[in-house]
Design a protein around this ligand. Structure first.
Ligand SMILES: Cc1ncc(COP(=O)(O)O)c(C=O)c1O
Length: 461
């Protein structure tokens, strides 16, 4: 079957995440992907696309790894399933031990889930349980940020701050507090990043005062806000937030679903990059190089001890998933881990990351490009037609990401469009030559988009 046939059946039968309900069943352009190899994916006609977003920030070791396939096949034949509700499996133990060795501080206990959302949900529910056991049922307020993305379960979506995602879907409003997104680009009124950072910390302090430290269950934060537009916070922001919330005895949760497993050149970025030792770290995606769904969190022994053992008050952590700790997912994760180690992919990210960032920044000479930002192997190219205030961005730039994406797909590059932003986070194995290919194709896609905008009279020189 060719792409058109697949698309026709897709239009009849599928609903995709974040699907636009007004155009449901009308897709006439999305690539139909049938194969992957290294950093490339291929459509049904055999056209090759460089996978800019690495699937969805997850294909750390790239596509088509025979070694992972063999390990998964062997695991399926040996033990395809074991329920963590009643037995221990050898693979979950091996993986948990490796993760615990890499997490900072005393984050030595691991809970496995099926992905990022279920990990966020499970971590927040553990914190709720802690408050209840400790006789503080009022301590349930959550601090989060605008433009944060934490997932799609009811609770993880409720702590998500991406304005578009709030459209008409229900979320919990009570007790969830959104602080400003730490993006200096959106706040040119602050002359320096330092001044902006001071403002953000004062805002956090004020919020803690207003809500009352004793009512606040946790602060949840991605070290770099990924899906909200690769927002790299001002220097020291993460550490200052952590110090502030810890001063008030509030639990700090780092959502490392994207920043973990090598994207910033470390197994976990919290301490290594940002000098933060959280109480909990959430991971998913890259843990299996995207080959099998899996997620989880690491929790600090100190935090856990405050409501377990003699302090447990007879309570259970009644939360878990059929496929949490699946031996097959763990086998994929262990093999991906072996590859990352053997091929020195963490040091590769340290070497290629600065080159990737520097090359992407050369795109700033295109008038349509308002900002290029990022760190390690995660980046965003933000297109701006005019003005920088959010209303303008949403009203006028809404379709630009899609326009660039469509041109790039024709040219052999997949980018992840988000409103007026293209998100790029390639597999960790990307080479300098492939970075050059990515950037030159993106340049062409941006120039063609600018040409379209000029022809449509939207862009006026
Ligand atoms: C930071 C972060 N947290 C949580 C999630 C949710 O993960 P999942 O889609 O695996 O449920 C995502 C997904 O993009 C994410 O980027």
């Amino acid at each position: 079957m060719d792409s058109e046939n697949f698309r026709e059946k897709f239009n009849q039968h599928l609903l995709h995440p974040w699907g636009d309900l007004s155009t449901i069943g009308e897709d006439d352009h999305s690539s139909v992907i049938v194969k992957g190899d290294g950093v490339y994916i291929f459509d049904a006609e055999g056209n090759r696309l460089l996978d800019g977003p690495a699937g969805m920030w997850c294909m750390q070791t790239g596509y088509g790894r025979r070694e992972i396939a063999d390990a998964v096949a062997e695991q399926i034949m040996n033990l395809s399933y074991a329920t963590s509700f009643s037995v221990i499996n050898n693979r979950e133990v091996q993986l948990a031990q490796r993760i615990a060795e890499q997490t900072p501080g005393d984050l030595n206990r691991i809970f496995f889930t099926t992905g990022g959302s279920t990990s966020v949900d499970s971590a927040l529910r553990l914190c709720q349980l802690a408050s209840n056991i400790q006789g503080k049922p009022h301590r349930k307020h959550i601090l989060t940020r605008e433009k944060a993305y934490h997932g799609s379960t009811f609770l993880s979506a409720s702590v998500t701050g991406k304005e578009r995602d709030k459209s008409a879907m229900d979320t919990i409003k009570e007790g969830i507090h959104f602080l400003s997104a730490p993006c200096h680009f959106y706040h040119p009124e602050f002359a320096t990043e330092e001044a902006f950072c001071d403002f953000l910390i004062e805002e956090l302090e004020q919020k803690i005062l207003d809500v009352g430290a004793d009512n606040i269950m946790c602060f949840i934060a991605e070290p770099i806000l990924a899906s909200g537009g690769v927002i790299v916070p001002p220097a020291n922001y993460n550490q200052r937030c952590w110090q502030t919330v810890k001063k008030h005895g509030i639990t700090y949760i780092a959502d490392e679903v994207v920043t973990g497993f090598g994207r910033l050149g470390h197994w976990f970025a919290s301490e290594a990059v940002f000098g933060v030792v959280p109480d909990m770290i959430i991971f998913a995606k890259g843990v299996t190089s995207g080959y099998i769904p899996m997620g989880g969190y690491a929790v600090s022994e100190t935090f856990l001890a405050s409501f377990s053992g003699d302090n447990a008050d007879g309570c259970l952590y009644s939360n878990g998933y059929t496929w949490g700790g699946s031996p097959v997912a763990c086998a994929a994760a262990l093999t991906s881990w072996d590859i990352i180690e053997r091929e020195n992919l963490l040091s590769h990210v340290h070497q290629i990351g600065p080159y990737f960032q520097q090359q992407l920044r050369t795109l700033k000479d295109i008038p349509l490009v308002g900002d290029v930002r990022g760190q390690g192997l995660m980046a965003a190219v933000e297109m701006t037609i005019e003005g920088r205030n959010e209303e303008d961005l949403l009203a006028k730039d809404y379709a630009i990401g899609d326009m660039v994406d469509q041109h790039c797909q024709q040219l052999g590059l997949l980018v992840r469009p988000f409103i007026n932003i293209c998100i790029i986070s390639p597999p960790l194995i990307i080479t300098r030559q492939q970075v050059d290919e990515l950037v030159s194709t993106l340049r062409l896609g941006l120039e063609l988009t600018l040409k379209d905008l000029r022809e449509q009279g939207i862009w006026i020189d």
